[in-house]
Design a protein around this ligand. Structure first.
Ligand code: ZN
Ligand code: ZN
Length: 266
């Protein structure tokens, strides 16, 4: 039993969509929510403000924030983040500045002999500055929140699988998951399930993936064969959106699919 309350409703909602990956549906929903949080009222909350200043956003999420309505919120938030980046960058550049100064003070002969090698103070300081800059541009407030929310959803899926026969049925009848989310479920089973529940979940998952990856692959094949004039009059079957579904099955949420807007059946 989990120690904390797990919200099973979003999981059920995602499975009712009957999409190519319920985890993508969950990820999509929580991304939208965190984008709103970042630019909405919560942006003014000190806690959120501190975290957005410190973590910033990845290119993808900056692009998505920029596409939203509220340019003033984005400007205010980015301004404080930018000042923070500049100040911490200046601090991180200090050792390199000092090393350059020391290097400059050496006489030209000694400098030519020493050069800037991998072990020199200049080289070490520039690597440290690179690490700092990479660390700062590599963090994202939204990616990090999504990651922890998805981990929680995986835990809930495992919990439901163990406790709820109706969910086991829905899981077995689903179209599996994308290949980006597949390892998340595998690791989840290793972490949150044990004994027979773990064996059952893993066997069901492997079978589900094999069956559904093959299904999408065959849909894609038929899509290509439809371009052969001999097949021109044959029915498309499930293959009209096979390219989108294949890209989404391989990487998850590459192309927004019709599934995303499909109303949930009660
Ligand atoms: Zn997915
Ligand atoms: Zn991000």
């Amino acid at each position: 039993m989990p120690q904390v309350h797990l919200d099973t409703i979003p999981i059920w909602d995602a499975y009712k969509k009957e999409s190519e990956c319920p985890l993508c549906a969950l990820e999509d929903a929580c991304e939208k929510q965190f984008l709103d949080v970042a630019l909405g009222g919560a942006m003014m909350e000190p806690d959120t403000r501190v975290r957005t200043n410190e973590r910033g956003f990845c290119a993808d999420h900056f692009r998505k924030l920029y596409a939203m309505e509220n340019k003033l919120s984005l400007a205010l938030m980015t301004h404080t983040h930018f000042k923070d980046v500049i100040a911490s960058g200046a601090k991180a550049a200090e050792p390199l500045k000092r090393a350059l100064e020391a290097e400059r003070k050496k006489n030209p002969v000694a400098r030519a002999a020493g050069d800037v090698t991998r072990l020199s103070p200049v080289h070490k300081a520039l690597l440290a500055l690179c690490d700092h800059l990479t660390m700062r541009s590599g963090s994202c407030f939204i990616c990090e929140r999504m990651e922890s929310t998805m981990a929680r959803y995986v835990e809930t899926i495992c919990y439901l699988y163990k406790k709820d026969a109706a969910f086991r049925q829905a899981f077995a009848a689903s179209k599996g998951v994308c290949l980006r989310h597949y390892p998340l479920l595998l690791r989840g089973a290793g972490r949150y399930l044990g004994g027979a529940a773990q064996l059952d979940f893993l066997s069901a998952l492997l079978e589900l993936q094999e069956k559904n990856l093959t299904r999408v692959e065959q849909d894609l094949e038929w899509f290509t064969l439809k371009f052969d004039y001999r097949n021109r009059d044959k029915p498309w079957g499930q293959s009209r959106d096979a390219v989108e579904r294949t890209l989404n099955k391989l990487q998850g949420r590459v192309i927004p699919s019709a599934d995303d807007d499909k109303p949930q059946t009660p």
